[in-house]
Design a protein around this ligand. Structure first.
Ligand code: UFG
Length: 345
C-alpha cells in the first residue's frame, strides 16, 4: 500500500472511491472532504489523469489519498478496505462511451461487469457492505414517460446501458442474499460543468462523445463547428432535450446519499437530475453567452439511438435525501468554459 497515513488518523470516516480520479469521482472527492469525510481513491488511470491528484490537493489543502490499481483486483480491494478501515464505497470506475460500447461490446461487459463483480466480492468478504453506485438514466432506454420516475420500466439501447442495468441487478441480488448490505443506486442524467476553481473538470481522451465538451472545444476554436444531431425531434425547437446537471450538484447528491445510508436509511434507487430539459440549441446559446465566444453549428442527421427528450422527476431524491440540484444552465456553461479555457493556457 502506498498510503502511510493510518486509517482513521484524521478522525474522518474513510470512504473508498473506485475511479476517484475521473470526472465525477474527483468532484465527489472534494465534496466528501468538505463534508468531513476522508475519501480514498482507487484508480488505474486508464481513463483519468494522474495530475488530478495534485489538483485535488490544491483544492482540499491536504495530500490526496490514492492507491493505483484496478477494481478488478479483488484481493487488492479487500486489502485496501481492511487496511484503510473503509466504511463505505462509491463505485465510479467504469467505461461510459455509448458508441464505443456498440463497437466493442466485450470490452464493456468485461470491464463494467467484471469490476462490479470483483468489488461486491471484496466488500462482502470484508464485511464493508455500504455502497453508492453510479448508475445512469440510460437504464430507462427510450423513456416510456416524462418526466421519468424511478418506477419507469428499464431497458437498454447499448451494451453500455446493458452493463448499468445488470450492475443494478447484481446489487439487488446480493442485497436479497444478505440483509447486511446498504446500497444507493444513483441514476445520473447528463452531468456537465466543472469545479468553480477551474482546476478539475472533464478531460475526455481523444474526441469527446458528449455535447458540452464538444461545445467547449468549438468555442475554444479547437473544432470548426458543432454538429447538431437531428432537427425534427418532437421538441419545441426540433433538437434533442436532456436534463443537464452540474457535476457539483451531482457530487453533493453523492454526499447526501452516503449520509442517508450511514444514518440507517434503507437501500434506495434515485434519479439525480434537475427535472428541467434543455435543447441542444438552448445549450449552444447559453454557452455563447457564458464564454463570450461564438459556437458555430450545423445540422447533421440524427445520431443512432438518440431519443427526443429525457428528463428526470427528481422528487424522490429530494424526499429521501433532502437534496436538490441548484445550479443553472448558465453556471454549468460558465464553469465548463473556465475549465476549458484553463486547458488552453
Ligand atoms: N449532441 C449533438 N451533437 C454532438 C453531441 C451531442 O447534437 O456532437 C446532442 C445529442 O444528440 C443529444 C444531446 O446532444 O441530443 C446530448 O448528447 P450527449 O452525448 O451529451 O448525451 P446523451 O444524452 O446522448 O448520453 C448521456 C451520457 C450517457 C448516458 C445518457 C443517459 O453520455 O452515458 O446520457 O441518458 F447513458
Amino acid at each position: 500500500m502506498s498510503e502511510s497515513n493510518p486509517a482513521g488518523a484524521t478522525g474522518r470516516a474513510n470512504i473508498l472511491l473506485t475511479g476517484g480520479a475521473g470526472y465525477l469521482g474527483s468532484h465527489t472527492y472534494v465534496a466528501l472532504w468538505q463534508a468531513g469525510f476522508q475519501p480514498v481513491i482507487l484508480d488505474d488511470f486508464s481513463n483519468s489523469d494522474p495530475a488530478t491528484l495534485k489538483r485535488l490537493q490544491q483544492i482540499t489543502g491536504t495530500p490526496t489519498r490514492c492507491e493505483r490499481g484496478s477494481v478488478a483486483d479483488t484481493g487488492l480491494v479487500a486489502e485496501l478496505i481492511k487496511l484503510q478501515r473503509i466504511q463505505a464505497v462509491m463505485h465510479f470506475a467504469g467505461f461510459k462511451a455509448v458508441g464505443e460500447s456498440v463497437a466493442q461490446p466485450l470490452k464493456y461487459y468485461r470491464n463494467n461487469l467484471g469490476g462490479m463483480l470483483s468489488l461486491l466480492q471484496a466488500m462482502g468478504d470484508s464485511a464493508c457492505q455500504t455502497l453508492v453506485f453510479s448508475s445512469s438514466a440510460t437504464v430507462y432506454g427510450d423513456p416510456s414517460q416524462l418526466p421519468i420516475t424511478e418506477d419507469c420500466p428499464r431497458s437498454h439501447t447499448s451494451p453500455y446501458g446493458h452493463t448499468k442495468l445488470i450492475c443494478e441487478d447484481m446489487i439487488a441480488a446480493v442485497q436479497q442474499a444478505s440483509g447486511a448490505w446498504r446500497t444507493a443506486v444513483l441514476r445520473y442524467f447528463n452531468p456537465v460543468g466543472a469545479h468553480p476553481s477551474g482546476l478539475i473538470g472533464e478531460a475526455p481522451l481523444g474526441t469527446p462523445n458528449n455535447l458540452l465538451p464538444l461545445v467547449a472545444q468549438v468555442a475554444a476554436g479547437l473544432r470548426p463547428a458543432l454538429k447538431v444531431y437531428g432537427q425534427d425531434f418532437a421538441t419545441p425547437d426540433g433538437t434533442g432535450v436532456r436534463d443537464y446537471i452540474h457535476v457539483q450538484d451531482l457530487a453533493q447528491g453523492h454526499v447526501a446519499a452516503l449520509a442517508a445510508l450511514l444514518r440507517g436509511q434503507a437501500s434506495f434507487t434515485v434519479n439525480l437530475g434537475t427535472g428541467r430539459g434543455h435543447s441542444v440549441l438552448e445549450v449552444v446559446r447559453a454557452f455563447e453567452l457564458a464564454s463570450g465566444r461564438p459556437v458555430p453549428w450545423q445540422f447533421a442527421p440524427r445520431r443512432s439511438g438518440d431519443v427526443a427528450s429525457c428528463y428526470a422527476d427528481p422528487g424522490l431524491a429530494e424526499h429521501l435525501l433532502g437534496w436538490r440540484a441548484e445550479r443553472t444552465l448558465a453556471q454549468m456553461c460558465a464553469d465548463t468554459w473556465r475549465w476549458q479555457a484553463g486547458l488552453l493556457t
